[in-house]
Design a protein around this ligand. Structure first.
Ligand code: ATP
Ligand code: MG
Length: 245
């Protein structure tokens, strides 16, 4: 792409306020002689303030895409531009800083530290991010309605409460973008509803951009836009799930 073209795209992105752009992403895993291509020339744009769900069959590359969008994994080809910064052109340390500052992650299995309490889970994450421990931890615990469980360890919390703590940990540094990989995958329908209501609330109140992977059409309906994937590519909605969209 020439400079003029690049400038034109950047300008139009500034007008539309694109927070995340993936361009011609390819990913091939190489294990010895075994090569597995997982993503194929994938293009994606997320506008600031969107709540997007990504759906697709198991193994189609959703988590791989999310790891690349979250700057945890490098693409084999193509690029990711986060808030105007081309991640591939940054040094490892600047890319890690961009990730720490701009992104919060939520996972299916919560990934909380089991030996420390809820407050300390957030405090340790903040220290790793290089942030001072100020009122933001309490604010984040308030946002997920877990202040009264701050001194409980994960094993002393219900499954739904553990996910709420994981969400507090993901948002307490006020990221621009929340990436969630099947955040309700381990939850029953009651807790799923609560987590979706929480996502909707933080999306509306904080203007947080959310990209959420899910297998469930019901969960996906909480989002404003649904992106479908199959075999490492973005596709149209499959016919059988069209009624859910
Ligand atoms: N490190 C790796 N080495 C080789 N292949 C890998 C590696 N990681 C993932 N894959 C392959 O990439 C493909 C996509 O995996 P990915 O985890 O992105 O799928 P997914 O869409 O998230 O599936 P699920 O819905 O089951 O979570 C799979 O076929 C998987 O075997
Ligand atoms: Mg996955």
């Amino acid at each position: 792409m020439n400079k003029k073209e690049e400038f034109r795209i950047q300008n139009s992105e500034a007008r539309r306020d694109i927070i995340l752009r993936a361009e011609k992403l390819c990913k091939t895993f190489r294990n010895g002689a075994l090569e597995t291509q997982v993503l194929f020339d994938l293009d994606l744009q997320i506008e600031r303030g969107e709540f997007v769900a990504i759906m697709g069959p198991s193994g189609c590359g959703k988590s791989t895409l999310m790891h690349i969008l979250g700057l945890m994994l490098s693409p084999t080809a193509g690029r990711v531009v986060l808030d105007g910064q081309n991640a591939g052109q940054l040094s490892d340390s600047r890319r890690a800083r961009l990730r720490r500052e701009k992104i919060g992650f939520v996972f299916q299995r919560f990934n909380l530290l089991g030996t420390v309490n809820a407050y300390q889970n957030l405090a340790i994450a903040e220290r790793v991010r290089g942030n001072k421990l100020d009122g933001q931890i309490t604010t984040a615990l308030e946002a997920v309605d877990m202040v009264d469980r701050a001194r409980h360890k994960p094993g002393q919390l219900s499954i739904g409460q553990q996910q709420r703590i994981a969400i507090a940990r993901a948002i307490c540094h006020r990221p621009a973008l929340l990436l969630a990989d099947e955040p309700t995958g381990n939850l029953d329908s009651g807790n799923t509803r609560k987590i979706l209501d929480l996502f909707t609330r933080i999306h509306n109140e904080y203007g947080l951009t959310i990209v959420m992977i899910t297998h469930s059409p019901t969960v996906a309906r909480a989002a404003n836009r649904i992106i479908h994937m199959a075999d490492g590519r973005i596709t149209d909605a499959p016919a059988e799930s069209a009624e859910h969209v």
